[in-house]
Design a protein around this ligand. Structure first.
Ligand SMILES: C[S@@+](CC[C@H](N)C(=O)[O-])C[C@H]1O[C@@H](n2cnc3c(N)ncnc32)[C@H](O)[C@@H]1O
Length: 324
Protein backbone atom coordinates (compact mmCIF):
# COMPACT_ATOMS: atom_id res chain seq x y z
CA UNK A 1 0.00 0.00 0.00
CA UNK A 2 1.01 3.63 -0.37
CA UNK A 3 2.00 5.01 3.01
CA UNK A 4 2.47 8.54 4.37
CA UNK A 5 4.72 8.55 7.44
CA UNK A 6 4.59 11.41 9.95
CA UNK A 7 7.19 11.92 12.72
CA UNK A 8 9.23 9.33 10.85
CA UNK A 9 12.51 10.01 12.68
CA UNK A 10 15.43 7.97 11.37
CA UNK A 11 12.93 5.56 9.81
CA UNK A 12 12.67 2.51 12.10
CA UNK A 13 8.97 2.02 11.44
CA UNK A 14 9.34 2.82 7.74
CA UNK A 15 12.15 0.31 7.26
CA UNK A 16 9.89 -2.39 8.71
CA UNK A 17 6.91 -1.32 6.58
CA UNK A 18 9.08 -1.40 3.49
CA UNK A 19 10.30 -4.89 4.32
CA UNK A 20 6.62 -5.90 4.35
CA UNK A 21 6.58 -4.58 0.73
CA UNK A 22 4.71 -1.32 1.23
CA UNK A 23 5.77 1.89 -0.48
CA UNK A 24 6.47 4.96 1.65
CA UNK A 25 5.42 7.81 -0.64
CA UNK A 26 6.13 10.70 1.74
CA UNK A 27 7.72 11.06 5.16
CA UNK A 28 8.18 14.04 7.44
CA UNK A 29 10.39 14.92 10.40
CA UNK A 30 11.82 18.21 11.60
CA UNK A 31 14.96 16.64 13.15
CA UNK A 32 17.63 17.20 10.48
CA UNK A 33 20.09 14.49 11.56
CA UNK A 34 17.29 11.91 11.62
CA UNK A 35 16.17 13.06 8.17
CA UNK A 36 19.77 12.72 6.87
CA UNK A 37 19.85 9.17 8.25
CA UNK A 38 16.49 8.49 6.63
CA UNK A 39 17.69 9.79 3.25
CA UNK A 40 20.82 7.73 3.15
CA UNK A 41 19.19 4.48 4.28
CA UNK A 42 15.62 4.65 3.04
CA UNK A 43 15.04 7.33 0.42
CA UNK A 44 14.78 10.98 -0.59
CA UNK A 45 11.04 11.25 0.01
CA UNK A 46 11.47 12.86 3.46
CA UNK A 47 10.36 16.47 3.99
CA UNK A 48 11.95 18.34 6.92
CA UNK A 49 9.44 21.15 7.39
CA UNK A 50 7.59 21.56 10.68
CA UNK A 51 4.49 19.43 10.02
CA UNK A 52 2.32 22.34 11.23
CA UNK A 53 3.43 24.35 8.18
CA UNK A 54 2.80 21.67 5.53
CA UNK A 55 -0.52 22.15 3.70
CA UNK A 56 -2.44 18.89 3.25
CA UNK A 57 -2.57 19.44 -0.54
CA UNK A 58 1.22 19.01 -0.61
CA UNK A 59 0.98 15.57 0.99
CA UNK A 60 0.44 12.77 -1.57
CA UNK A 61 -2.68 10.61 -1.65
CA UNK A 62 -2.19 7.36 0.24
CA UNK A 63 -3.81 4.18 1.57
CA UNK A 64 -2.30 4.40 5.05
CA UNK A 65 -1.09 7.16 7.37
CA UNK A 66 1.36 6.14 10.12
CA UNK A 67 2.89 8.22 12.88
CA UNK A 68 4.22 7.94 16.40
CA UNK A 69 3.12 11.37 17.59
CA UNK A 70 5.18 12.85 20.44
CA UNK A 71 2.86 13.32 23.41
CA UNK A 72 4.98 14.95 26.12
CA UNK A 73 2.71 17.39 27.91
CA UNK A 74 -0.36 15.92 26.27
CA UNK A 75 -3.39 17.30 28.02
CA UNK A 76 -7.11 16.57 28.09
CA UNK A 77 -7.85 19.25 30.68
CA UNK A 78 -10.51 20.72 28.48
CA UNK A 79 -12.77 17.97 27.19
CA UNK A 80 -13.89 18.51 23.63
CA UNK A 81 -11.13 21.02 22.89
CA UNK A 82 -8.26 18.55 22.77
CA UNK A 83 -7.24 19.42 19.24
CA UNK A 84 -7.07 23.14 19.95
CA UNK A 85 -4.83 22.84 23.03
CA UNK A 86 -1.30 23.89 21.95
CA UNK A 87 0.23 21.06 24.00
CA UNK A 88 -1.63 18.58 21.78
CA UNK A 89 -0.56 20.31 18.59
CA UNK A 90 1.31 17.38 17.09
CA UNK A 91 -1.47 14.91 17.78
CA UNK A 92 -3.78 17.46 16.14
CA UNK A 93 -1.53 17.45 13.05
CA UNK A 94 -1.83 13.67 12.73
CA UNK A 95 -5.63 13.92 12.98
CA UNK A 96 -5.59 16.74 10.42
CA UNK A 97 -3.67 14.63 7.90
CA UNK A 98 -5.96 11.61 8.48
CA UNK A 99 -8.99 13.88 8.06
CA UNK A 100 -7.73 15.51 4.87
CA UNK A 101 -6.29 12.39 3.22
CA UNK A 102 -8.97 9.88 4.31
CA UNK A 103 -6.60 6.89 4.23
CA UNK A 104 -8.16 3.44 4.40
CA UNK A 105 -6.09 2.67 7.49
CA UNK A 106 -3.98 4.53 10.01
CA UNK A 107 -1.51 3.34 12.62
CA UNK A 108 -0.21 5.41 15.55
CA UNK A 109 2.46 4.18 17.94
CA UNK A 110 2.99 5.57 21.41
CA UNK A 111 4.51 5.01 24.84
CA UNK A 112 2.83 2.74 27.37
CA UNK A 113 2.22 5.76 29.63
CA UNK A 114 -0.51 6.91 27.25
CA UNK A 115 -2.79 4.19 28.67
CA UNK A 116 -2.75 5.64 32.18
CA UNK A 117 -2.43 9.32 31.24
CA UNK A 118 -5.18 11.27 32.99
CA UNK A 119 -6.64 7.97 34.28
CA UNK A 120 -7.18 6.69 30.75
CA UNK A 121 -9.09 9.77 29.57
CA UNK A 122 -6.30 10.87 27.22
CA UNK A 123 -6.59 7.66 25.20
CA UNK A 124 -10.41 7.89 25.07
CA UNK A 125 -10.19 11.45 23.81
CA UNK A 126 -7.55 10.47 21.23
CA UNK A 127 -9.65 7.55 19.97
CA UNK A 128 -12.77 9.71 19.76
CA UNK A 129 -10.90 12.34 17.71
CA UNK A 130 -9.69 9.64 15.28
CA UNK A 131 -13.18 8.05 15.02
CA UNK A 132 -14.57 11.37 13.84
CA UNK A 133 -11.81 12.03 11.31
CA UNK A 134 -13.94 10.65 8.46
CA UNK A 135 -17.64 10.99 7.59
CA UNK A 136 -17.51 7.24 7.05
CA UNK A 137 -16.12 6.89 10.57
CA UNK A 138 -13.00 5.01 11.63
CA UNK A 139 -13.18 1.87 13.74
CA UNK A 140 -10.42 2.55 16.25
CA UNK A 141 -8.71 0.02 18.51
CA UNK A 142 -5.58 -0.07 20.60
CA UNK A 143 -3.35 -2.74 22.06
CA UNK A 144 -0.28 -2.78 24.28
CA UNK A 145 2.47 -4.86 22.67
CA UNK A 146 5.96 -5.89 23.72
CA UNK A 147 8.61 -5.55 20.99
CA UNK A 148 10.38 -8.64 22.44
CA UNK A 149 7.39 -10.71 21.25
CA UNK A 150 8.38 -9.85 17.66
CA UNK A 151 12.03 -10.91 17.92
CA UNK A 152 13.46 -7.58 19.12
CA UNK A 153 16.15 -8.23 21.79
CA UNK A 154 14.55 -5.67 24.11
CA UNK A 155 11.59 -5.42 26.50
CA UNK A 156 9.78 -2.46 25.00
CA UNK A 157 6.10 -1.94 25.74
CA UNK A 158 4.28 0.30 23.28
CA UNK A 159 0.67 1.12 22.52
CA UNK A 160 -0.43 0.61 18.93
CA UNK A 161 -3.58 2.46 17.89
CA UNK A 162 -5.13 1.44 14.57
CA UNK A 163 -8.05 2.79 12.60
CA UNK A 164 -9.97 1.21 9.73
CA UNK A 165 -12.15 3.47 7.59
CA UNK A 166 -15.85 2.53 7.88
CA UNK A 167 -16.11 1.11 4.33
CA UNK A 168 -13.00 -1.11 4.58
CA UNK A 169 -12.56 -4.72 5.75
CA UNK A 170 -11.22 -5.01 9.27
CA UNK A 171 -7.78 -6.30 10.15
CA UNK A 172 -7.77 -10.09 9.97
CA UNK A 173 -5.69 -10.18 13.12
CA UNK A 174 -4.94 -7.41 15.61
CA UNK A 175 -2.42 -6.99 17.15
CA UNK A 176 0.13 -8.64 14.83
CA UNK A 177 0.65 -12.24 16.00
CA UNK A 178 3.76 -12.63 18.19
CA UNK A 179 6.59 -14.80 16.96
CA UNK A 180 8.49 -14.94 20.29
CA UNK A 181 7.58 -15.29 23.96
CA UNK A 182 9.02 -15.40 27.46
CA UNK A 183 11.14 -18.60 27.58
CA UNK A 184 8.96 -19.97 30.40
CA UNK A 185 5.91 -20.11 28.09
CA UNK A 186 7.44 -20.10 24.58
CA UNK A 187 7.45 -23.87 24.17
CA UNK A 188 3.85 -24.26 25.26
CA UNK A 189 2.80 -21.46 22.89
CA UNK A 190 4.93 -22.93 20.08
CA UNK A 191 6.81 -19.68 19.74
CA UNK A 192 10.52 -18.94 19.78
CA UNK A 193 12.05 -17.78 23.06
CA UNK A 194 12.82 -14.05 23.36
CA UNK A 195 16.13 -13.03 21.79
CA UNK A 196 18.63 -12.15 24.52
CA UNK A 197 20.79 -9.02 24.49
CA UNK A 198 23.87 -11.22 24.97
CA UNK A 199 23.11 -13.11 21.75
CA UNK A 200 22.17 -9.96 19.82
CA UNK A 201 25.48 -8.22 20.56
CA UNK A 202 27.81 -11.20 20.55
CA UNK A 203 29.16 -10.53 17.05
CA UNK A 204 30.44 -6.99 17.81
CA UNK A 205 34.11 -6.62 18.74
CA UNK A 206 35.10 -4.14 21.44
CA UNK A 207 34.97 -0.62 19.89
CA UNK A 208 38.78 -0.24 19.88
CA UNK A 209 39.01 -3.37 17.69
CA UNK A 210 36.03 -2.41 15.54
CA UNK A 211 36.94 1.03 14.24
CA UNK A 212 35.73 -0.01 10.75
CA UNK A 213 32.18 -0.53 12.05
CA UNK A 214 29.99 2.58 11.63
CA UNK A 215 28.55 4.19 14.80
CA UNK A 216 30.62 1.82 16.98
CA UNK A 217 32.60 4.44 18.91
CA UNK A 218 33.29 4.09 22.59
CA UNK A 219 31.74 6.57 25.01
CA UNK A 220 33.54 8.22 27.94
CA UNK A 221 30.53 7.58 30.13
CA UNK A 222 31.41 6.16 33.58
CA UNK A 223 29.14 3.32 34.63
CA UNK A 224 27.32 3.33 37.93
CA UNK A 225 25.20 0.57 39.45
CA UNK A 226 22.80 2.34 41.79
CA UNK A 227 19.58 0.76 40.50
CA UNK A 228 18.33 4.03 38.97
CA UNK A 229 17.22 4.22 35.36
CA UNK A 230 20.33 3.90 33.21
CA UNK A 231 22.48 2.68 36.07
CA UNK A 232 21.35 -0.91 36.24
CA UNK A 233 23.07 -4.19 35.68
CA UNK A 234 22.12 -5.63 32.27
CA UNK A 235 21.49 -9.37 32.24
CA UNK A 236 23.00 -10.88 29.07
CA UNK A 237 20.59 -13.84 29.29
CA UNK A 238 17.48 -11.65 28.91
CA UNK A 239 16.27 -9.08 26.37
CA UNK A 240 17.69 -5.60 27.13
CA UNK A 241 15.69 -3.07 29.16
CA UNK A 242 13.87 -0.39 27.16
CA UNK A 243 16.01 1.90 25.03
CA UNK A 244 14.61 5.36 25.65
CA UNK A 245 15.27 9.07 25.26
CA UNK A 246 14.51 11.31 28.21
CA UNK A 247 11.42 13.51 28.42
CA UNK A 248 11.69 16.32 25.93
CA UNK A 249 13.62 16.55 22.70
CA UNK A 250 16.67 18.14 24.34
CA UNK A 251 17.13 15.37 26.93
CA UNK A 252 19.83 12.79 26.40
CA UNK A 253 19.34 9.08 26.05
CA UNK A 254 19.03 6.80 29.05
CA UNK A 255 22.26 4.85 29.17
CA UNK A 256 22.22 1.11 28.63
CA UNK A 257 25.16 -0.94 29.85
CA UNK A 258 26.78 -3.41 27.51
CA UNK A 259 25.75 -6.95 28.62
CA UNK A 260 29.35 -7.45 29.82
CA UNK A 261 28.56 -4.56 32.25
CA UNK A 262 32.03 -3.06 31.70
CA UNK A 263 31.03 -0.07 29.50
CA UNK A 264 28.09 1.77 27.94
CA UNK A 265 26.65 0.30 24.72
CA UNK A 266 27.87 2.02 21.59
CA UNK A 267 25.26 3.55 19.27
CA UNK A 268 25.78 0.56 16.93
CA UNK A 269 24.96 -1.86 19.73
CA UNK A 270 21.96 0.20 20.81
CA UNK A 271 20.75 0.08 17.19
CA UNK A 272 21.05 -3.73 17.21
CA UNK A 273 19.01 -3.80 20.42
CA UNK A 274 16.35 -1.90 18.46
CA UNK A 275 16.69 -4.50 15.62
CA UNK A 276 18.25 -2.11 13.08
CA UNK A 277 20.49 -4.01 10.64
CA UNK A 278 24.25 -3.47 11.04
CA UNK A 279 24.51 -1.66 7.69
CA UNK A 280 21.98 1.04 8.69
CA UNK A 281 24.27 4.02 9.29
CA UNK A 282 23.21 6.97 11.50
CA UNK A 283 24.18 10.55 10.55
CA UNK A 284 25.28 13.26 12.99
CA UNK A 285 27.20 13.16 16.25
CA UNK A 286 27.35 10.21 18.61
CA UNK A 287 24.78 11.87 20.92
CA UNK A 288 22.47 12.51 17.99
CA UNK A 289 22.74 8.87 16.84
CA UNK A 290 21.85 7.63 20.34
CA UNK A 291 18.78 9.88 20.30
CA UNK A 292 17.61 8.84 16.82
CA UNK A 293 17.90 5.19 17.85
CA UNK A 294 16.13 5.62 21.19
CA UNK A 295 13.17 7.39 19.50
CA UNK A 296 12.67 4.74 16.85
CA UNK A 297 10.04 2.07 16.40
CA UNK A 298 12.04 -1.18 16.16
CA UNK A 299 12.07 -2.23 12.48
CA UNK A 300 11.00 -5.79 13.41
CA UNK A 301 7.87 -4.43 15.10
CA UNK A 302 7.32 -2.19 12.05
CA UNK A 303 7.53 -5.24 9.81
CA UNK A 304 4.94 -7.11 11.90
CA UNK A 305 2.63 -4.08 11.58
CA UNK A 306 3.32 -3.98 7.83
CA UNK A 307 2.39 -7.65 7.46
CA UNK A 308 -0.86 -7.02 9.33
CA UNK A 309 -1.66 -4.18 6.90
CA UNK A 310 -0.83 -6.38 3.90
CA UNK A 311 -3.21 -9.07 5.16
CA UNK A 312 -6.03 -6.54 5.53
CA UNK A 313 -5.32 -5.38 1.98
CA UNK A 314 -5.43 -8.98 0.66
CA UNK A 315 -8.78 -9.55 2.42
CA UNK A 316 -10.12 -6.39 0.76
CA UNK A 317 -9.03 -7.58 -2.68
CA UNK A 318 -10.63 -11.00 -2.08
CA UNK A 319 -13.87 -9.36 -0.97
CA UNK A 320 -13.98 -7.17 -4.11
CA UNK A 321 -13.36 -10.22 -6.33
CA UNK A 322 -16.21 -12.13 -4.64
CA UNK A 323 -18.57 -9.20 -5.07
CA UNK A 324 -17.71 -9.02 -8.79
C1 LIG B 1 9.11 9.36 18.80
S1 LIG B 1 9.89 10.05 17.41
C2 LIG B 1 9.28 9.01 16.12
C3 LIG B 1 10.28 8.01 15.58
C4 LIG B 1 9.91 7.16 14.38
N1 LIG B 1 8.54 6.72 14.42
C5 LIG B 1 10.88 6.02 14.09
O1 LIG B 1 10.46 4.86 13.93
O2 LIG B 1 12.10 6.24 14.03
C6 LIG B 1 9.02 11.55 17.21
C7 LIG B 1 9.55 12.43 16.11
O3 LIG B 1 8.71 13.59 15.94
C8 LIG B 1 9.51 14.61 15.41
N2 LIG B 1 8.84 15.93 15.52
C9 LIG B 1 8.62 16.65 16.66
N3 LIG B 1 8.00 17.81 16.36
C10 LIG B 1 7.82 17.84 15.00
C11 LIG B 1 7.24 18.79 14.10
N4 LIG B 1 6.72 19.94 14.54
N5 LIG B 1 7.23 18.51 12.77
C12 LIG B 1 7.77 17.35 12.32
N6 LIG B 1 8.34 16.41 13.14
C13 LIG B 1 8.37 16.64 14.46
C14 LIG B 1 10.79 14.51 16.23
O4 LIG B 1 11.86 15.14 15.55
C15 LIG B 1 10.95 13.00 16.38
O5 LIG B 1 11.84 12.48 15.43
Amino acid sequence: MRIVSLFSGAGGLDLGLRRARHEIVWANDIFLDAAATYKSNIGDHIDTRDICTVPSEEIPECDVVVGGFPCQGFSVANWGRTLEDPRNRLFGELVRVVHDKQPRYFVAENVKGLLSMDKGRALSVIEAAFEKASQLGYRVRHQLVNAADYGVPQLRMRVIIVGVRGDQPDFQIFPPPPTHADPSTARMLRLKPWVTVGDALEHFPEPENGRHIPNHENSQYKLRFNGHLGHRFVDPAKPAPTVTARGDDRGGVVVLHHPGNHRRMTARELAAVQSFPDDFVFSGTKTSAYRQIANAVPPLLGEAIGTMLAEAEAAGIARKAEAA
